[in-house]
Design a protein around this ligand. Structure first.
Ligand code: 9UX
Length: 72
């Protein structure tokens, strides 16, 4: 089964930021899809249930140079 996580990402200001964040999150094992909403500063992640941990998601975004907060 799949599950969805929403995170807020601070520091994204342009389309390249969106690409960086999506690419970074998609590289986390178990992640199926990552889509950023630049207007809201959110990223919705679809992943295999019980795969990538929330910490791994946050760290991937942090390593890409942005601040991430898990919302749900
Ligand atoms: Mo362009 Mo977005 O440098 O940080 S990638 S504003």
């Amino acid at each position: 089964p799949e599950e969805t996580r929403d995170l807020r990402v601070d520091g994204m200001t342009c389309a390249s930021c969106v690409g960086r964040v999506e690419k970074a999150v998609k590289r986390v094992p178990g992640v199926l899809e990552a889509s950023v909403n630049l207007a809201t500063g959110g990223v919705r992640v679809r992943r295999l249930a019980g795969s990538a941990g929330d910490v791994a998601l946050r760290e991937a975004i942090t390593r890409a140079g942005y601040e991430a907060t898990l919302l749900s």
